[in-house]
Design a protein around this ligand. Structure first.
Ligand code: OSB
Ligand code: MG
Length: 388
């Protein structure tokens, strides 16, 4: 019966083929990967990444997903430990329990677990990879993506000095990146922006505060309007839309929400409140492709631009970000950039490269579009657990 279920295909009258797949095997791995240079935000500095990968086998196909949480519960409450726990004790057993016909259905199956979107996304996205391969198309195509190349920006962390930052900006601009985002916090903001604008008056520039300010800083935040910024990302509380709405009324510069948006419902509330004019969509933070696409569709219907954020991903997460960014509403350059900015050697082949025009072509091959480098992955694995 089980063997039959694996192979079963139902073909309906409308000629649409549905598949029924059973997951044979899931593997969790934790990797340790040092960044080529430290990344500092208002909540701290990262030098080494702990990356949890999910590898799923179903119907003789293999799909990969990445948990995009930080090492510490500062950007969000998720950590490699919480993700491992939620995947091992809930999401993986539920995925093995019954067969599935599409990845969106698995997303619905995870509903009873409140929160933990990054753990959910890793599993769901691996199944999108398998579903796309099963249909012989790219994940981008399965999603409904239309863009053949995606515009790229970079996110530059807080540096030891303004000179070091200016040098980095210069280097990224000559590599072709279409916009520069810098991290800001009290004490690393207005003067830094003044120095950047006097050297690069016309570049597309934005800032990300990762909740480093409060409304008590209103007069200070108003000064950001002087710098012709594309947007200010998440200046206030990580879970607060009401105060962002108050702030947006006082500023000309568009606000963009990152941390506060976990679902299309959140996006709708934020837009209704006037809490932002742009939304950063991250696959992990919103719980996977199904939720990310819902947010995209809502924003597109309302004429609100979106872009794809980054979480210092390995090649697996990066490849998923590229697929997501192929949706037509991703009109602004994202934080999806080349592998070499993060890693001496990435864990996929080929590595992600950005053209001199500042774009990444969206792969057309079935599934993820990049091949996981198994030897390299094995080398950097620090723990592993298998489920059948
Ligand atoms: O807020 O966008 C953010 C990295 C880690 C956690 C949060 C954020 C970021 C980035 C880096 O800005 C984006 C990237 O280059 O992957
Ligand atoms: Mg951000």
């Amino acid at each position: 019966m089980e063997r039959e279920a694996i192979q079963l295909r139902f073909v309906f009258g409308n000629n649409q083929a549905f598949l029924l797949m059973k997951i044979a095997h899931v593997e969790l791995r934790e990797l340790r990967l040092p960044l080529v240079s430290f990344f500092e935000t208002s909540f701290g500095r990262t030098t080494d990444r702990r990356i949890v990968l999910v590898r799923v086998e179903a119907d003789d196909l293999t799909g990969w997903g990445e948990v995009t949480c930080g090492e510490k519960p500062f950007y969000s409450y998720e950590t490699p430990e919480t993700a491992w726990h939620i995947l091992r004790d809930y999401l993986i057993p539920w995925s093995l329990e019954r067969s599935w016909s599409n990845a969106c259905e698995i997303a619905a199956r995870f509903h009873p677990v409140r929160g933990h979107p990054m753990a959910k996304a890793a599993m769901e996205n691996a199944l999108w990879d398998i579903e796309a391969q099963e249909k012989g198309i790219s994940i981008a195509k399965l999603l409904g993506g239309t863009l053949e190349e995606i515009p790229c920006g970079v996110s530059i962390g807080i540096q030891e000095s303004v000179e070091a930052l200016l040098e980095k900006i210069e280097r990224e601009l000559s590599a072709g990146y279409q916009r520069i985002k810098i991290k800001v916090k009290p004490g690393w903001d207005i003067e830094v922006l003044e120095r950047i604008r006097s050297k690069f008056p016309d570049i597309r520039l934005m800032v990300d505060a990762n909740s480093a300010y409060t409304l008590a800083d209103l007069d200070h935040l108003k000064q950001f309007d002087r710098f012709d910024l594309m947007m200010i990302e998440q200046p206030l509380g990580w879970d607060d839309m009401v105060e962002h709405a108050r702030l947006q009324k006082e500023l000309q510069t568009p606000l963009c929400l990152d941390e506060s948006i976990h679902s299309a419902d959140d996006a709708r509330k934020a837009l209704d409140l006037g809490a932002c004019r742009i939304i950063n969509i991250k696959l992990g933070r919103v719980g996977g492709y199904a939720s990310a696409r819902n947010i995209h569709d809502l924003c597109r219907a309302r004429g609100v631009p979106v872009w794809c954020g980054g979480m210092l991903e390995s090649g697996i997460g990066r490849a998923h970000n590229i697929a997501l960014s192929s949706l037509p509403g991703f009109t602004l350059p994202g934080d999806v950039s080349a592998s070499r900015r993060y890693w001496q050697q990435d864990i996929i082949q080929p590595e992600v490269t950005v053209s001199p025009r500042g774009v990444i072509p969206v792969p057309k091959t079935p599934g993820l579009g990049y091949v996981p480098d198994l030897e390299r992955i094995e080398k950097v694995t620090v723990r592993k657990e298998s489920f059948s």
